[in-house]
Design a protein around this ligand. Sequence first.
Ligand code: FAD
Ligand code: 2HG
Ligand code: ZN
Length: 477
Amino acid sequence: MTHTAPTALPDLLIALRAALGDAHVLTEGDLSSYEQDWRKRVRGKALAVVRPGNTQEVAAVVKACAKAGVSVVPQGGNTGLVVGSIPDTSGTQVLLSLQRMNAVRAIDADNLTLTVEAGCVLQNVQQAAEQAGFLFPLSLGSEGSCTIGGNLATNAGGTQVVRYGNTRELCLGLEVVTAQGDIMHTLSGLRKDNTGYDLRNLMIGSEGTLGIITAATMKLYPLPAVSLTAWAAVPSVEHAVKLLGLAHQHLGAGLTGFEMMGQFALSLVDKHYPQLRVPLWQDTPYCVLLENSDTESEEHARSRFEYLLELAFEDGCVTDAVVAESLSQARNLWHIRESITLAQAEEGLNIKHDISLPVSAIPSFVANTDALLKREIEGVRIVNFGHLGDGNLHYNVQSPQGSDNKLFLQTQEDRVNTLVYNAVKALGGSISAEHGVGSLKVDTLPDYKDPVALTLMRQVKLALDPQGLLNPGRVVR
Ligand code: FAD
Ligand code: 2HG
Ligand code: ZN
């Protein structure tokens, strides 16, 4: 497909080069890392990839684009899973990468905050916090590449939400470039501020459609004295939910992670990364990964953890368990959990469902939806895993063994989505717990979102971005 750029575009490129310098306005060469989505589902084509180095330059880019009527797609680490961070195929959108804006601006130890630029890679934010003697608890499998700006724009979850909340709960203030190219200076380390509408929380989770986040002030926490990790075999989802209840009761705020992984999900890790040596998976339908963080001592943590596991064995919630004896063993267990997405990608293209439900509804959701899908599609393979502690499952669907996965997506994706999302809706759940809407779910959302809420969302978009130039076609149309 060829596209003809509007005649105003050369003037825009001249303005962008004047604002950023030639080196940071890319129009040629291999731009695939910016134009291809992580799941390799869609490849877009940008008019230009621009890489501003500071907030004023971001504002200059947005102003120039607004003047030319050209839309802007913000991008951080491009690890998003819903096709929200790449340009469309028209060749007329500007891809604005925040990657050069990666400075840690400040750490305020007494206030327990850190202020970082949006393009900071999450792992570097964690390390900066640790070097200052603190914990920054956001933790995702993509943390080596995703950026804090992307985490805020998607309100990312991850594996510590059960204790510390989503990215939204970790943020105190933002600096944002508006659709008009103005800079909203609301970076703040305040834990209390009731001076009107909460624009920070409106921007968080808006997936680049309401403003471009350029910096953020985030909460820090004391480093725990120790974190212990256990891997437990559980006989059913009901038992995993019961174990979660016991863990809440006996670990209290010490419970910092609770992940459930189905046997087929773990078999994919075993198949594609045998060196990771997945424990216990062959003899049990589900495994659970639990983390107990303690501010007192290792002895204290271990005795509480072992007491919990004893109770769980007695109750029949757990049939076998391994408690990591060292930091490297614990890291390996977490690495296995975080490798499921990659192992699934190695297996081929797949249908993802990033859903949330009340924890109490999860056992019946899994039982009924597993049965429904298996009845409707012979040989379908269900990759079920996720953050059970938050009521969030990655209930993914892989084509039958040996079938053409591209063809499976073409012919079955809509049908599978309808079956799964209808089951989620019937139980009062959400079709996106953490990855967002992007362009993959933009046309599905109206069937599942409250219509009044959706109308208000559209009005907000219109009020903040009347020209519709910020990441169009994402979240709402
Ligand atoms: P991008 O992919 O670049 O962008 C994501 C969205 O945010 C796009 O809509 C983009 O336009 C917008 N955006 C990016 N930066 C800005 C900005 N500065 N201002 C405004 N808008 C912006 N997600 C979870 O929630 N939990 C997980 O556990 C998790 N695990 C993952 C594991 C793997 C292996 C992978 C590949 C992904 C995982 N993700 C997870 C999804 C993804 O990593 C998150 O959505 C992450 O927050 C995206 O950050 P990013 O910097 O890569 O953003
Ligand atoms: C995770 O929890 C991510 O590992 C990715 O959210 C989930 O691959 C997925 O579906
Ligand atoms: Zn997740």
